[in-house]
Ligand binder design. Structure first.
Ligand SMILES: NC(=O)c1ccc[n+]([C@@H]2O[C@H](COP(=O)([O-])OP(=O)(O)OC[C@H]3O[C@@H](n4cnc5c(N)ncnc54)[C@H](OP(=O)(O)O)[C@@H]3O)[C@@H](O)[C@H]2O)c1
Length: 293
């Protein structure tokens, strides 16, 4: 089949603001082409407040589904007819699937982070985990790690109220009490990371173009710490470079991004995505980051 858009082509949309930097269309279109299906992923910049109209229009036009990013994740949840368990827990969604006239919301960041760790042999069960950054992604990670059996969570955030709110939610929704909350302070990180097994950066610190920044002081890292940085641009953040230097096992943010796309394809198309396709998406993503448009 030729890789041309014709009158039968179906679409999966990606909606956010800003959106121009997103790698999702490149990752998904590489996979869709390989699958030989007449479906494309297209990005739309949609300002906050306009999601209701966009959902209505896309649904009417037969769009298969819609991936949703900042600033629409809470609105996507509110505007859906049905939600999966994790979206219900989070009160936000990053994927809407249009099916049988209904809008079904999913939250897949937790799954994607958890799989990123499992694929390299990291089981969070029984672990003490420090999460730096309790924004949208940090929240998803915290809920997921509790569901996956973490023993203790240490939440660090610049705006302490946000971390406190997450702590209260973990207590109320999951009955999880083993949380300590800290402000994002280098000395507190130095002290508290000594007894942690896993450190996750879920802040945007170190992201392009601020690549010289690091969310955790290098001297707080030690070789018994696994370091997962969900920032994927650059792939090797300063945090990951320093962690490697200390002998830590490290995981970059690309697999998490790819597993989010894998789930979206599965749920929008109703097919299983093979390991071969996942590998193709990983290669596409690493290559796109090396050779940006
Ligand atoms: N790999 C993946 O698939 C994936 C998925 C989702 C997100 N991400 C990445 O994860 C990062 C966070 O995304 P998000 O959706 O959670 O964003 P968000 O909801 O806007 O949260 C941003 C977080 O970063 C913190 N932060 C920002 N600037 C900071 C600074 N200068 N010093 C200390 N903390 C700072 C914020 O703290 P305050 O609360 O104090 O503002 C907040 O905790 C982004 O870099 C994003 O690209 C990656």
């Amino acid at each position: 089949m030729a890789w041309e858009i014709d009158a039968r082509t179906k679409f999966i949309a990606l909606v956010g603001d800003p959106i121009e930097h997103s790698l999702t269309p490149r990752i998904q279109n590489a996979a869709l082409k390989h699958m030989g299906v007449n479906v494309r992923n297209i990005a739309f910049r949609v300002p906050k407040g306009l999601l209701r109209e966009v959902i209505k229009g896309f649904k009417a036009a037969g769009v298969l589904g819609m991936m949703v990013t900042i600033p629409h994740k809470e609105d996507a949840f509110k505007l859906s007819d049905e939600r999966d368990k994790f979206a219900e827990l989070m009160g936000s969604a990053n994927l809407l699937v249009f099916k049988d006239g209904k809008v079904i919301a999913y939250s897949t960041d937790g799954y994607a982070a958890s799989r990123s760790l499992k694929e390299v042999g990291i089981d969070v069960k029984g672990k003490r985990i420090a999460i730096v950054g309790t924004g949208g992604a940090g929240r998803a990670l915290a809920f997921q790690f509790v569901l996956d059996g973490a023993t203790r969570l240490l939440l660090f955030n610049r705006t302490i109220e946000r971390a406190e709110k997450l702590n209260a939610e973990l207590k109320r929704k999951l009955g999880f009490n083993a949380v300590q909350v800290f402000t994002h302070d280098p000395d507190l990180l130095r002290k508290e990371l000594r007894n942690c097994d896993l450190l996750v950066n879920a802040t945007s610190v170190g992201m392009h173009p601020n690549e010289a920044e690091i969310p955790v002081p290098a001297d707080a890292l030690h070789r018994n710490l696994v370091v997962f940085d969900i920032v994927y641009n650059p792939v090797q953040t300063r945090l990951l470079k320093e962690a490697k230097r200390k002998g830590c096992k490290t995981i970059d943010g690309v697999p998490m991004l790819v597993y989010t796309n894998e789930k979206a394809l599965e749920l929008c198309l109703g097919v299983m995505v093979t390991n071969e396709l996942v590998s193709l998406m990983l290669r596409t993503c690493y290559s796109a980051l090396k050779h940006p448009h």
